[in-house]
Design a protein around this ligand. Sequence first.
Ligand code: HEM
Ligand SMILES: *[C@@H]1O[C@H](CO)[C@@H](O)[C@H](O)[C@H]1NC(C)=O
Ligand SMILES: *[C@@H]1O[C@H](CO)[C@@H](O)[C@H](O)[C@H]1NC(C)=O
Length: 424
Amino acid sequence: MAMPPQGRQTSPTWLNGYGDIFKTHILGCPCVMISSPEAARVVLVSKAHLFKPTYPPSKEKMIGPEALFFHQGSYHSMLKKLVQASFLPSAIRGLVPEVEQIVLNFLPTWENTTINTLQEMKRYAFDVAMISAFGNKQDLEMKGIKHLYQCLEKGYNSMPLDLPGTPFHKAMKARKQLNETLRKLIQERRKLEKPEGGLLGVLLGAKNQKIDQLSDSQIADNIIGVIFAAHDTTASVLTWVLKYLHDNQDLLAAVTREQEGIQRKIIEGNRRLTWDDTRHMPLTTRVIQETLRRASILSFTFREAVQDVEFQGYYIPKGWKVLPLFRSIHHCADFFPQPEKFDPSRFEVPPRPNTFMPFGNGVHSCPGSELAKLEMLVLLHHLTTSYRWQVVGDEDGIQYGPFPVPKRGLPVKVTPRNIIKAAA
Ligand code: HEM
Ligand SMILES: *[C@@H]1O[C@H](CO)[C@@H](O)[C@H](O)[C@H]1NC(C)=O
Ligand SMILES: *[C@@H]1O[C@H](CO)[C@@H](O)[C@H](O)[C@H]1NC(C)=O
């Protein structure tokens, strides 16, 4: 923690008796770290217009400069409304049968084998993201898109060195090809009378008094961006859910009982899992909330002051980075007693306002939170009722890829559940 140099201690100052706002330097950049819920709210919500999101230029190039993450103001809010509209509960409740079908296709391939949990969850979350982006009418191009995405992702987490042979270079090449593939797909779908299907359909249909037609690259950048934001995040959280349930067998038993209750109703009704079923999984939902808090895979986010800002006695010069530290707030004992303990029951009462922000807050908050929760609930329904998993190896560590996940992506051996019952 650095105090301001002498002579700058004019009012307003950095002095803060609670140590929840302080300045520091990361790679030579002056930063303000924010770990008070109230100050985080100011940065993300009430004065959001004074703090713009910032990303390294290499990431912007790779995802596409017209993706909504990188923007403020009217372009951002126009796109945000469209993206939000395609991920509202009313828009995604119809996806449940397809999400369930993806789960039912994956699970048997895990049976009696050792899987890398993170890798499998990435494949699952990617398939769900593709359906929500393109609709269930999956064109032939989908396989190609998947492959190009994998190349892109390898480069995303590597050094931004654009020399032949580097992962970054390969990723930029994949990005160009992705551009072409998507452009063809967009042009095909533009010809349709009524462009249907997921986010792409919504973006193609975005034509009203206020909005002119979006350009091909505006659409492509946002599709690529949303798939990017959707799958690594959800997969990392799911990996932690499996780890925590594995380490807390009583909790796993209780979650399984809850899911068996749902399963009985489904069998009695001779029907499939529905959106409404997923609204009646209170314990499983709390397990997901506690995982989001405890693992806090997005530890913080980056903003930059667009002008000198003064609030509540703090002074932030223009151009400084401002980092709301979600993880610190989620791990503060004042709001979450015994913060290192995995205890879903703490969510039996709602957390204090602005202390629980796994999906961010304000104008840039996550439009995909309901989809993420839905795909976790659907997977847990089938996994807990039909299977058990045993962690292979006993390393208790964390790796970053880029989000924190259990070491080696949590290798687990998956077995049919009745086998374990018979053996016990
Ligand atoms: C458990 C999984 C997820 C977590 C923890 C998560 C978390 C977050 C957070 C914290 C932000 C705000 C970042 C900031 O303020 O700088 C965000 C933004 C975003 N998320 Fe998610 N997310 C998840 C899943 C998804 C999914 C499934 C989608 C797909 C629709 C998605 C799409 C986005 C988009 C497009 C943004 C940018 C919004 C904007 O800039 O206005 N996310 N996410
Ligand atoms: C997995 O192992 C169990 C017990 O050995 C067996 O009953 C089951 O058929 C196996 N499943 C597959 C897919 O091999
Ligand atoms: C994708 O295509 C658009 C429009 O032709 C172009 O402006 C953009 O630079 C391309 N992006 C990449 C990464 O090649």
